[in-house]
Ligand binder design. Structure first.
Ligand code: UDP
Length: 328
């Protein structure tokens, strides 16, 4: 029995692979290496280069390794790109997932863990968001993921698959042992941008808007350490193996930090007073997005070990410094 991890050479997928390999599981990765890197993975993990939308390829990997479980990470994830090129997202995230699920069902896969996103909720500024509020994604990215959730729910009903859908909040940090981290060169997320500024890899950064209805006027987000997120996937797999019901679960800690707070923590951790200019709002940013996280804790018994912004930033900084040296 082996677990197939799609997008396993990417940022979050590679942390899942490390967590599974650390737990002694047999893991097989498929990745098209569009944003993933095979050197992030341990040497004992089988890697097959190819696309999740290629039914023949996926069938051959499932048959080669006797796969019964699937963790589906492979996706495009940049919200502004999804707005300017929606068909790319519906093709890559939705249509290819349809093919992947169809292939998995035909080949007898029993359990699926799917990477979804808080973007399915849409503009829900305010109180922590629970899984049962009405979903209303406002970007093609969020919609492409929500459609995939729905396909999985319907396929599970029709074909007896079991699944856990995990809705990620703001994922950051890097493997505490320094084996993986956010490695794609084009940074769009706040913590990676800020640590790059601290490392002198960019002259400055911008704070996008200070007139939001939040305590300091900047947006508030629930930053979750990627290692805790990976553990949530491992816990979800154990839960399904022991007969757990299909579930949709938020992955966040249930507390938020503002952009200014994050920038201050990056300056304190790195001891670099880099330039952070006040800029205009970035289109489409809700003021506050924080997870209600009781359901995942109760359902999976998930116990995060890295709920500490300083630790998240320190790990992201250490990884970025390592990457900088590697690429020098
Ligand atoms: N942000 C910022 N400057 C940057 C990048 C991000 O002020 O260079 C802000 C962004 O406007 C949002 C928060 O940081 O309020 C988190 O953005 P990120 O892109 O990391 O994640 P998102 O919440 O959009 O998924």
């Amino acid at each position: 029995m082996a677990i197939l991890v799609t997008g396993g050479a990417g940022y979050i997928g590679s942390h899942m692979v490390l967590a599974l390999a650390d737990a002694g599981e047999k893991v097989v990765v498929i990745d098209n290496f569009s944003t993933g890197f095979p050197w992030l993975l341990p040497p004992n993990v089988a890697i097959r280069g190819g696309d999740v939308g290629d039914a023949g390829f996926v069938t051959s990997v499932i048959e080669e390794f006797g796969i019964t479980e699937l963790a589906h990470f492979a996706a495009k994830i940049v919200v502004p790109e999804s707005v300017s090129n929606p068909m790319l997202y519906y093709g890559n995230n939705t249509a290819k997932s349809r093919t992947l699920f169809e292939t998995a069902i035909k080949c007898g896969v029993e359990r699926v863990i799917f990477s979804s996103t808080a973007a399915v909720y849409g503009d829900v500024s305010g109180d922590p968001v629970s899984e049962d509020i009405l979903v209303n994604p406002v970007s093609p990215y969020g919609r492409s993921k929500l459609m995939t959730e729905w396909m999985l729910e319907d396929a599970a009903k029709a074909h007896g698959l079991s699944y856990v859908i995990l809705r990620y909040f703001n994922v950051a940090g890097a493997d505490p042992k320094g084996r993986s981290g956010q490695s794609f060169p084009i940074a769009t997320h706040l913590i990676k941008i800020a640590v790059q500024a601290a490392l002198g890899m960019r002259a400055k950064m911008d704070i996008f808007g200070t007139d939001y209805a939040t305590p300091d006027g900047t947006c508030v987000r629930d930053y979750i350490h990627v290692t805790d997120l990976a553990q949530a996937h491992v816990d979800a797999l154990s839960y399904l193996r022991s007969g757990g019901q299909n579930a949709i679960l938020n992955c966040g800690y249930g507390r938020g930090f503002s952009v200014k707070e994050v920038v201050d923590v990056v300056k304190a951790v790195t001891k670099v007073d880099f330039r952070a200019d006040i800029g205009p709002r970035r289109a489409g940013d809700p003021a506050t997005i924080v997870a209600k996280s009781d359901k995942i804790r109760a359902t999976l018994g998930w116990k995060p070990k890295h709920d500490d912004l300083e630790e998240i930033v320190a790990a992201a900084y250490a990884w970025e410094a390592k990457l900088k040296a590697r690429n020098a």
